[in-house]
Write a protein that binds this ligand. Structure first.
Ligand code: G6P
Length: 371
């Protein structure tokens, strides 16, 4: 009923709007006595210090949260991080030992490929840390350490609030590792945590664009395809935006690293093709911002309809944006938490306009418990 959906037409929109709360609940209690704390920790301090390589393994949206984590963990911890689809990881011959940390990210905690990857990692003596939204699920039960997200139950099959909570939890994992390894001073860890704590507010602000994006979605519903471009942490956001659109609107959608534009995707650009560009902050690394602006001008010159997700007040980008969607200014690494929001709304609204069931897309399951 509409009441259950909090007055919304579909659960997914309700869950999109619950994201500030999902983030706040997932961060609460995880910084105490000047330290980041996990929920369960059966890895000895010394063993955590000795970690020399990290794998993040997951499927679907959780995998995209892992791609975001790579930027943060490498930067904070000075550790090599590989992010891998669970289904690929276990059938390769990944190099694992007791100094490897495998972070298994799963909303349900029951995804079979991720679970089997966890088992494989443990057989090879790697340490496994689970990031999970479901208390007592199989993946956390079989892991050496656990960090629970508290997004609450997610009804929409396509992940939204659980995804944002996963990103936040992965950052906490990065900070916990940095603290164990001493690559960040305790006060730096505290400062990063404080920035994370400000994110529910920022996501609240990002939600101010919902009406604008819904209206845009209705206008784009007849498109044949949509491309998504991003760079740095904006790249996984582009992948997630494309996945959402495929899942919900059954529309061909691809996410690309913007730097790859000239190596292929630019050949796809044609008159009126919507291209969504996730802009980095102009206050961050100026060179990245300038490169994206040049990408947008090229695709616009070829007739594409540019939809630009940019930091509020980013004036340089305005002339190249057929549609400009503003998100609040946050630090570079945390941008996915705000820039993902309009992409979720866009996919849902295109799907709704096309007459599809946003909460129960065809052929998809909330959790895939077979291989
Ligand atoms: C399914 C869901 C996705 C989810 C993926 C991984 O494909 O439809 O929304 O991202 O499984 O699920 P997990 O529970 O492991 O995070």
């Amino acid at each position: 009923s509409a009441a259950e959906k909090g007055g919304h037409e579909y659960f997914m929109l309700k869950e999109i709007e619950e994201q500030p709360e999902a983030l706040a609940n997932s961060l609460r209690g995880h910084f105490s006595g000047g330290r980041v704390v996990l929920d369960e920790q059966r890895i000895a301090d010394q063993d955590l210090r000795d970690i020399d390589k990290v794998f993040v393994i997951a499927c679907g949206s959780a995998y995209h949260s892992g791609l975001v984590a790579k930027y943060a963990i490498e930067h904070w911890c000075r550790l090599p991080v590989e992010v891998e689809l669970a289904s690929e990881f276990r059938y390769r011959d990944p190099v694992l030992d007791r100094d490897t940390l495998v972070v298994a990210v799963s909303q349900s905690g029951e995804t079979m490929d991720t679970l089997e990857a966890v088992r494989h990692a443990r057989e090879q003596k790697a340490r496994v840390l689970a990031v999970c939204n479901t208390n007592g699920a199989q993946i956390p039960r079989e892991s050496d350490a656990v960090l629970y997200t508290h997004a609450g139950p997610e009804i929409g099959v396509a992940s939204t609030k659980a995804f944002l909570a996963q990103i936040a939890a992965n950052y906490l994992v990065g900070l916990a590792l940095a603290q164990a390894r001493g690559t960040k001073f305790p006060d730096e860890v505290g400062r990063e945590f404080a920035e994370l704590e400000a994110m529910p507010k920022a996501v609240e602000q990002a939600l101010e664009s919902v009406d604008q994006v819904r209206e845009l979605g209705a206008r784009l519903a007849e498109s044949k395809a949509v491309l998504f471009l991003g760079r740095h942490v904006g790249y996984p956001v582009a992948l997630e935006g494309a996945l959402k659109l495929k899942e919900l609107a059954y529309m061909h959608a691809e996410g690309f690293a913007a730097g790859e534009l000239k190596h292929g995707p630019i050949a796809l650009i044609e008159q009126d093709l919507p291209v969504v560009v996730v802009m980095p902050s102009p206050r961050g690394r100026a060179v990245l911002h300038a490169k994206l602006v040049s990408n947008i001008s090229e695709i616009q010159a070829r007739g594409a309809r540019t939809v630009v997700i940019a930091e509020e007040g980013d004036e340089t980008v305005r002339p190249f944006a057929d549609e400009l969607i503003e998100v609040p200014a946050v630090s570079t690494l945390l941008q996915p938490l705000v820039s993902t929001v309009p992409l979720q709304v866009l996919a849902a609204e295109i799907a709704r306009t096309r007459g599809f069931d946003v909460d129960k897309p065809r052929n998809l399951a909330k959790s895939v418990t077979v291989e």
